[in-house]
Design a binder for this molecule. Structure first.
Ligand code: PGA
Length: 253
């Protein structure tokens, strides 16, 4: 099964609208003609319209970092899938560890958002991963099994190819301590195994699973040949056009 690699840059709460415009204008130029890989930028909500306008027709997907778990209504401070689409987003990150850790997002929230994203035609990137204490206690697999199983609860098998997972060990995010290739492969292959058990191994083979956590141009080559790692979710190193371009080109070798 050949899966198109996918590298996405999560800008988190960084960059104003003018800064975002500058970054994507540079990326558009640097990535023109780079094929054989999917890539995306994931700005803050407020930057999505400006970014998507500049990237129109450039082949760079635009995503949101979060989404409401309801379609519309009295949910102050939230953005619905239709709002995100109308702003120019075509994908959405769900269950990032910063959402889970700082804002109390649960597996149930992630499941509700995943269903809604699929219903509304947004490509979801579902983040899962263990905190250091869980890893040290030998709980890696049980944490991943729980997060993946609950995220997929009630999702029909036909939807699976439209879901991307990201294995992001929380101890590797923003710490400069990236997981080894072996750790990334172990996490991603286990996620695939769980999906295979929930549905069928051939279904699991269709799903793309990214690794995320301190990915940089200097370590991307550690991941690109691993059988179950299909790309990367990049945070800090996606904020500079040269760095993000080097990561994408580094994956292609
Ligand atoms: P990082 O973030 O690359 O800055 O570690 C990764 C992420 O949170 O997706």
């Amino acid at each position: 099964m050949s899966r198109t690699p996918f590298i996405a840059g999560n800008w988190k709460m960084n960059l104003t609208i003018p800064e975002a415009r500058e970054l994507v204008s540079a990326l558009k130029e640097k990535l023109s003609g780079v094929n054989g890989i999917d890539y995306a930028v994931i700005p803050s909500f407020v930057c999505i319209p400006a970014v998507s306008e500049i990237l129109e027709g450039a082949g760079i997907m635009v995503g949101a970092q979060n989404m409401a778990d309801h379609k519309s209504g009295a949910y102050t401070g939230e953005s619905s899938p239709d709002m995100l689409k109308s702003a120019g987003a075509n994908l959405v990150v769900l269950g990032h560890s910063e959402r889970r850790g700082y804002y109390g997002e649960t597996d149930e929230n992630v499941n509700a958002k995943l269903k809604l994203a699929l219903e509304c035609g947004l490509l979801p990137i579902v983040c899962v991963g263990e905190v250091l204490e869980e890893r040290e206690k030998g709980l890696l697999k049980s944490v991943l099994r729980r997060q993946v199983t609950k995220a997929l609860d009630g999702i029909e098998k036909e939807h699976l190819p439209r879901i991307v997972f990201a294995y992001e060990p929380v101890w590797a995010i923003g710490t400069g301590r990236n997981a080894t290739g072996e750790d990334a492969q172990e996490g991603c292959s286990f996620i695939r195994k769980v999906i295979g058990e929930l549905y069928h191994p051939s279904r699991a083979d269709e799903i793309r699973i990214q690794y995320g956590g301190s990915v940089k141009a200097t370590n991307i080559t550690e991941y690109r040949t691993l059988p179950d790692v299909d790309g990367a979710l990049v945070g800090g190193a996606s904020l500079k056009a040269d760095d993000f371009t080097a990561i994408i080109k580094g994956w292609l070798g």
